[in-house]
Design a protein around this ligand. Structure first.
Ligand code: UT7
Length: 325
């Protein structure tokens, strides 16, 4: 068994900011409502000519550089996204071509907001077994392409961005454990109903807005707290650690109230919960990827610290990973 660790990290946020006061001008909402109900002040919006692969490409370049590698050194690219450039080819293949990773296999995974955590755990298995040496893991989303700007209960939440890391043989920043779970019975709570084989695009699906993201926010909220706490505890136990051994939790940035409820239920102080939701909103698979890269860049994690990445999302899916820095 090879030890698998994080060799490099990177992220990319499109420069254009959409603030709550910008939203006040186009819909019946308020800065005050959005901040108190969600913790979000602004989110990033990719321009119309950019697709998810373009965001993922920038984050990937930064992660490969940070790892001190070249694109040719990458053996596999896994992209976690629910906003692929198109149904196929996979966004990972598009990134592979654009970045010039000519020796890499590439595929996408769809685990919604848990996607980056799932992809990290998948990468860990390939490195542990020796099947691959360097795996590029990308969480990238252009969620503003699937939100319904007429639905104020969802569109205020989401933003665009990408984060990436290279997983390879390393004793440092070692992935100690991972846990993944799913509950398909809750799939209807968070979905884009049309555009797949169940409801291919028709005039009716377009007219009824079925290509937009739909969410039963209250239901998702309740389940989110419970399953994130459960996933974090399971991964900590698998790593042979106790809650007190964890220096920082990096959760999926869905809603500040969810993050604070998770802290309360875990019994950890707020300071141990990494938050950047205020600046970016919810970026689905990109949220934990960007948060991990920022926590690393901002030196919020010291050598020897144990950290927990934890996420939940559409599927429903949930997962967590423990990393020793
Ligand atoms: O990563 C994907 C997972 N997704 C999530 O984790 C999201 C989880 N859910 C949530 O974050 C919250 O449920 C929301 C932020 C989506 C909604 O917050 P809430 O506290 O559950 O509000 P609500 O849906 O119960 O709505 C309360 C009120 C309603 O008005 P009435 O019926 O009480 O008169 C809504 O119409 O707030 C109203 N409302 C708004 N008001 C101003 C809903 N959206 C807005 C808005 N601005 N943008």
């Amino acid at each position: 068994m090879q030890e698998a660790g994080i060799l490099g990290l990177g992220c990319y946020l499109p420069p254009k900011r959409l603030t709550n006061s910008d939203l006040e001008k186009i819909m019946d909402t308020s800065d005050e409502w959005i901040i108190t109900r969600t913790g979000i002040k602004e989110r990033r919006i990719a321009s119309s000519e950019k697709a998810t692969s373009d965001l993922g490409l920038e984050a990937s370049r930064a992660a490969i550089k940070d790892a001190g590698l070249k694109p040719e050194d990458i053996d596999l690219i896994i992209t976690a996204t629910i906003t692929p450039d198109m149904a196929f080819p996979a966004t990972a293949c598009i990134i592979q071509d654009k970045i010039g990773a000519r020796n890499a296999a590439a595929f996408d995974i769809n685990a919604a907001c848990s996607g980056f955590v799932f992809a990290l755990i998948i990468a860990q298995q390939f490195v542990n077994t020796g099947f691959y040496r360097n795996v590029l893991v990308v969480g990238a989303e252009k969620l503003t392409s699937i939100v319904d700007w007429k639905d104020r209960s969802t569109c205020i939440l989401f933003g665009d961005g990408a984060g990436a890391c290279v997983v390879g043989r390393s004793e440092d920043r070692r992935i100690l454990s991972g846990f993944m779970g799913a509950d398909g019975s809750g799939g209807h709570l968070l979905s884009v109903p049309a555009g797949g084989s169940r409801l291919p695009a028709t005039e009716d699906t377009l007219k009824n807005g079925l290509h937009f993201l739909k969410m039963e926010g209250n239901e998702v909220f309740k389940i989110a707290v419970r399953i994130m706490v459960d996933a974090a505890n399971k991964a900590i136990k698998k790593a042979g650690l106790e809650l007190d051994d964890i220096s920082l939790f990096i959760p999926h940035q869905a809603n500040i109230r969810i993050l604070l409820a998770v802290a309360r239920r875990l019994g950890v102080p707020e300071e141990k919960i990494f938050m950047n939701i205020e600046r970016y909103g919810n970026m689905s698979a990109a949220s934990t990827a960007v948060a991990l890269a920022e926590a690393g860049q901002q030196k919020k994690i010291k050598k020897g610290d144990n950290i927990v990445l934890v996420a939940f999302g559409g599927g429903l899916t949930y997962g967590a990973a423990v990393i020793k820095w």
